[in-house]
Design a protein around this ligand. Structure first.
Ligand code: 0RA
Length: 647
């Protein structure tokens, strides 16, 4: 067999592979929007992280250059450069140009990135107009440059090098991607998470597009020595701790690596964040089930053995053991199976028992060694169970009453005539007077109006059973037609009878209004999370200004629009004929204006609330609404956004 033939054949194969990627990029990176663009970055970073997991890399640097090209540098072993026997070319070229070639050289490495990422670095090459790779190995630097994935020339030495590593610079192909502008914020959020998930690894990002006051580009550095233990304390930073320390578990069984950190705060919510091979599992799965099982079992055993439950006259449920619990469950599984519509759930059934056993063993020891802390947690569990019982009674009372009165709708609700939830909307409106205007302005066929009293209950501070006694909250439950039910001791929101598929929060465009919409959102976040997740919650955006000149009138939603409109309408700098009206409240608009600007589906701007990062939102809600004042002040001073809102 002649080598040059092999070389030709392998070239053709490589070209065909890259062509397939370019034809159907979605199959490899999900989409060609900004998410797909970021996917390219993560693909390269994941390869570097695999080097870290194999024990060879502790530093990864990212650079976003001015032209939106990206460099990823790691200090791993460097991609091998020797000649690949069968294909008769440098292994580096094979890794960069042959689909799925990445891991084949190194069977012993603990490779875990095979889940949702892990399509291979050649995919990045195929989808880049240009890519330059540089490898430092054995005292030498080697390099190769590609155009649309095709090498310009064979891999060659380009000089000497100290140390080892791989540097990849790529230019995402603008003919393939809808945008090539990287969003630094998205990368930063994930890098921060990756630093916690991979303790000891430094992740440093330089955004050369953003120049700071001292003239140098903006640099973000992430590094965690404590890993998940630090992560869990960071998540609970805004809450009052029940016990000061975090419980930390790590272990390995049957090739599954388990790492768990947990912490109890004095709050009422459970907050479990889970990962498989560094990928977030939004819907949990077998690893989280195993974790929950261990918590319930070990605390029950401990409480029974030490006669701590003797005064409890009702059944404890799994939920009670997780009130105020914040936990991170991270597993590394060689061949993960992802389930569910969004593939956000781990399916490997063997993982349940592994996590359950490892966490159970560690928890058992912790409880025995820390009887004082154990007692504090068990006392809280009993309190949680008591509150759950009280809440159930209050809830059942409200829900039963509702059934007895024939499911009567709240008196304040101006319902729509349609009975089809898919086309029906409900506006939750701040105040009776704005509610009145909305009633006049709406299209009654499909738009219902529920006015809410100015200040609704702060559910972050109230005990749960109090919530069901609150008039505004009762009205929301009955108007929406949803109910909370208990199935196997776990509370779920039954949405079978949801009466409107769009639930729109409409408040004044001032500070009070935004406070009220935060209160309402907090309520949805805590008690009707499912409606947020399923995309039913929206925020209406009334305009801030009406600008008039003669017969012309233009609504503006922000300062920039206002400036531009004034510029367009005005003849001279100080054109007195241009009148600017600032809307502070909904009440300043008449019914027709409110319809035109804020309620008419053809012209209104609705923001869909998507709690993309539910955990961050949780942190921020409890900070804004809860008891810990210092972080709240800091947050308000920093003035960041609280929840991601998509147009
Ligand atoms: C194949 C084999 C080995 C390492 C790598 C690939 C590798 C790939 C990337 C991508 C970015 N950074 C990377 N670092 C390493 C093992 C090398 C050996 O056995 O020496």
């Amino acid at each position: 067999m002649s080598n040059s033939n092999n070389y030709d054949a392998s070239n053709i194969q490589a070209l065909e592979g890259l062509e397939a990627v370019r034809k159907r990029p979605g199959m490899y990176i999900g989409s060609t929007d900004i998410k797909g663009l970021h996917h390219l970055v993560w693909e390269v970073v994941d390869n570097s992280i695999d080097e870290h997991l194999a024990g060879y890399c502790d530093n990864i640097e990212l650079f976003i250059h001015k032209d939106n090209s990206v460099t990823v540098k790691d200090n791993g072993r460097g991609i091998p450069v020797g000649i690949h026997e069968k294909l008769q070319k440098s292994a580096l070229e094979v890794v960069m140009t042959v689909l799925h070639a990445g891991g084949k050289f190194d069977k012993d490495t603990y490779k875990v990135s095979g889940g949702l990422h892990g399509v291979g670095i050649s995919v990045v090459n195929a989808l880049s107009s240009k890519l330059i790779v540089e490898v430092h190995r054995d005292g030498n630097a080697y390099g190769q440059t590609y155009n649309q994935g095709v090498p310009e020339e064979p891999v060659k030495p380009i000089g000497e090098a100290t140390g080892t590593g791989t540097y990849v610079t790529f230019w995402p192909n603008p003919d393939i991607f809808e945008t090539t502008v990287i969003d630094a914020g998205t990368l930063v959020a994930r890098l921060k998470e990756l630093a916690y998930l991979n303790k000891g690894l430094s992740l440093i990002m330089t955004d050369e597009r953003e120049i700071t006051k001292d003239g140098s580009p903006k640099v973000y550095k992430f590094h965690s020595e404590g890993g998940l233990k630090e992560f869990v304390l960071y998540l609970d930073e805004t809450k009052v701790p029940l016990i000061d320390e975090a419980i930390y578990v790590t272990g390995e069984k049957d090739n599954v690596i388990v790492e768990v950190a947990m912490h109890y705060n004095t709050g009422y919510t459970e907050n479990i964040l889970s990962f498989v091979n560094n990928i977030k599992t939004a819907d949990g799965g077998t690893h989280v089930n195993g974790f929950r099982r261990a918590i319930t079992r070990e605390f029950k055993k401990y409480g029974d053995t030490n006669a701590l439950f003797k005064k409890v006259s009702f059944e404890l449920s799994g939920e009670d053991f997780r009130e105020g619990l914040t936990a991170i469950v991270s597993v590394k599984v060689p061949e993960p199976q992802f389930k569910g519509q969004t593939k956000g759930e781990l399916g490997n059934s063997e993982v349940t028992a592994i996590v359950s056993q490892l966490v159970g063993d560690a928890l058992k020891i912790f409880l025995e060694e820390n009887p004082r802390l154990a007692k504090t947690i068990v006392d809280k569990v009993i309190l949680a169970a008591t509150a759950r019982n009280a809440a159930r009674k209050a809830r059942e009372m409200v829900q039963r009453k509702n059934v007895l009165t024939g499911g009567g709708l709240p008196g304040k609700l101006a319902d729509c005539s349609s009975k089809d939830p898919a086309i029906s909307e409900i506006y939750l409106v701040e105040g009776d007077s704005a509610g009145g205007t909305a009633k006049q302005g709406r299209d009654r066929k499909f738009q219902a109006i529920l006015p809410l009293r100015g200040k609704i209950l702060n559910v972050e501070k109230a005990l749960e059973y109090k919530i069901y006694e609150n008039e505004e909250i009762k009205n929301m439950f009955t108007a929406l037609g949803v109910r909370i039910e208990e199935v196997d001791g776990e509370r779920i929101l039954n949405v079978e009878k949801l009466r409107y598929h769009k639930v729109i929060i409409m408040t004044d465009a001032d500070v009070d209004g935004s406070h009220i919409s935060t209160l309402i959102l907090t309520f949805f976040f805590r008690y009707m999370n499912r409606l947020i997740k399923e995309g039913h919650i929206y925020i209406a955006t009334p305009p801030l200004y009406l600008i008039k000149k003669g017969k012309n009138s233009v609504y503006c939603w922000n300062e920039k629009e206002r400036e531009e409109t004034v510029k367009n309408l005005a003849v001279g700098e100080n054109d007195k004929a241009v009148k600017i009206q600032r809307y502070k409240g909904l009440g300043e608009m008449n019914a027709e204006q409110l319809w035109e600007t804020t309620m008419d589906p053809d012209t209104r701007i609705l923001k869909q609330v998507s709690i993309d990062d539910a955990v961050e939102a949780d942190r921020i809600f409890s900070m804004l609404m809860g008891d810990e004042v210092p972080p709240r002040r800091e947050f308000i001073e920093d003035n960041a956004l609280y929840a991601r809102v998509d147009a």
